[in-house]
Design a protein around this ligand. Structure first.
Ligand SMILES: [Zn+2]
Length: 90
């Protein structure tokens, strides 16, 4: 017997399948994109649902990256000028 239950999208009633998505964090000078985040994606409207545990892990990673960026900027102030985009694929 399969434990897998069909999950239905609350937005459009489409079927939700497991897949990957991107999480984007907009900071003052930087935009951080985390790619390949495990998520449940609606096959109809494309809405992604990120499990709480995964969101926590990504938040922890991003917080660490932000700390590193901030200490980097302190030594390299020129690097913070203009909009920077950081993409992390996990
Ligand atoms: Zn949907």
């Amino acid at each position: 017997m399969s434990k897998e239950r069909k999950r239905i999208c609350p937005e459009c009633k489409g079927i939700i399948k497991s897949g990957h998505t991107e999480m984007v964090y907009e900071l003052e000078n930087f935009k951080i994109t985390i790619k390949n985040v495990t998520a449940n994606i609606c096959s109809k409207c494309g809405q992604s649902f990120i499990p709480g545990r995964v969101a926590e892990e990504v938040n922890r990673l991003v917080n660490r990256v932000i700390e590193d960026i901030n200490s980097f900027i302190k030594t390299q102030p020129e690097a913070s000028k203009g909009n920077k985009e950081i993409a992390i694929a996990v």
